[in-house]
Design a protein around this ligand. Structure first.
Ligand code: FOL
Length: 209
C-alpha cells in the first residue's frame, strides 16, 4: 500500500483568517468555491478506475456546509467528531465510493486509517477547520497546502495555524503556477483572480525535507 499523502486545502486572508462565527468570513466567492470543488473531486489518472478522493473535515466544518451540498458529492466525506465510535472499518466492497454515506470517526488518525484501508480512495484532502488543520500539520504525511490567499481583510475569529501569507514559512516552499496547474489539473490565470471586488490568488506549497 502506498503511504498516504495529505493535502490541506484552505482559503485564508493575509492574516490567515479562515472563519468568523462558525462560517466563512466572506460571502460566496463562487469561482473560488468551484475551484475547491473541482480540485477536491478530480482523481488523477494514476489512480485505479473507480477511485474517489476523500475529504476530511471537523464536525464544525461539516455543520458549516449548506445542507443541500452535504455530503460533498463524488467524494468520500470523513467527519471527525468526538462522539464517533472507534470502529472505522470501510465496507468490504467499496468500489462505488462515490455513492457512499459520510463516515464519522473520532480522530484524524482514524480518518487516515479509514482512507488507507478503503482501497478505493484517490487523493486525501484535509479541509479544516483550524483544529483539524493543526493536527494535520503535525503529521509527516502532510505534504502540500493548496492556499487561496484572499487579498482583503475580513474580521476573523479562526485562523489557519501556519503562516504562509508572508510568502515564506519554515519547512515549506511555494511551487510555481505551472506545478499548481499540473497537480490540480486546473488552469489558473497569471496575476491572480478577482471576484465581487475581492482579489485572491491560488497558491500551492510543498513540504521541504
Ligand atoms: N478551501 C478553499 N480553497 N475554499 C473554500 O471555500 C474552502 N472551504 C472549506 C475548506 N477549504 C476550502 C470549508 N467550507 C462547501 C462549503 C463550505 C466549505 C467547503 C465546501 C461546499 O458547499 N462545497 C460544494 C460546492 C458548492 C458550490 O458549488 O457552491 C462542493 O461540492 O465542494
Amino acid at each position: 500500500m502506498q503511504p498516504l499523502e495529505l493535502t490541506l486545502i484552505v482559503a485564508a486572508t493575509r492574516s490567515m483568517g479562515i472563519g468568523a462565527h462558525g462560517s466563512m468570513p466572506w460571502n460566496s466567492l463562487h469561482r473560488e468555491m468551484q475551484y475547491f470543488a473541482r480540485v477536491t473531486t478530480r482523481v488523477p489518472p494514476q489512480f485505479p478506475p473507480g477511485a474517489v478522493n476523500a475529504v476530511i473535515m471537523g464536525r464544525k466544518t461539516w455543520d458549516s456546509i449548506p445542507p443541500k451540498f452535504r455530503p460533498l458529492k463524488n467524494r468520500l466525506n470523513i467527519i471527525i467528531t468526538r462522539s464517533a465510535t472507534a470502529t472505522t472499518v470501510p465496507p468490504s466492497s467499496s468500489a462505488s465510493a462515490a455513492a457512499r454515506e459520510p463516515v464519522r470517526v473520532p480522530s484524524l488518525e482514524h480518518a487516515l486509517q479509514y482512507a488507507q484501508a478503503d482501497g478505493a480512495v484517490g487523493r486525501v484532502f484535509v479541509m479544516g477547520g483550524a483544529q483539524v488543520y493543526d493536527a494535520a500539520l503535525r503529521l509527516s504525511a502532510a505534504r502540500r497546502v493548496l492556499l487561496t490567499s484572499i487579498e482583503r481583510e475580513f474580521k476573523c475569529d479562526t485562523f489557519f495555524p501556519l503562516d504562509l501569507a508572508g510568502g515564506q514559512a519554515e519547512g515549506w516552499a511555494r511551487t510555481s503556477r505551472e506545478e499548481l496547474q499540473e497537480w490540480t489539473g486546473q488552469q489558473v490565470d497569471q496575476g491572480g483572480q478577482e471576484e465581487a471586488g475581492t482579489k485572491y490568488e491560488f497558491q500551492m506549497w510543498e513540504k521541504v525535507d
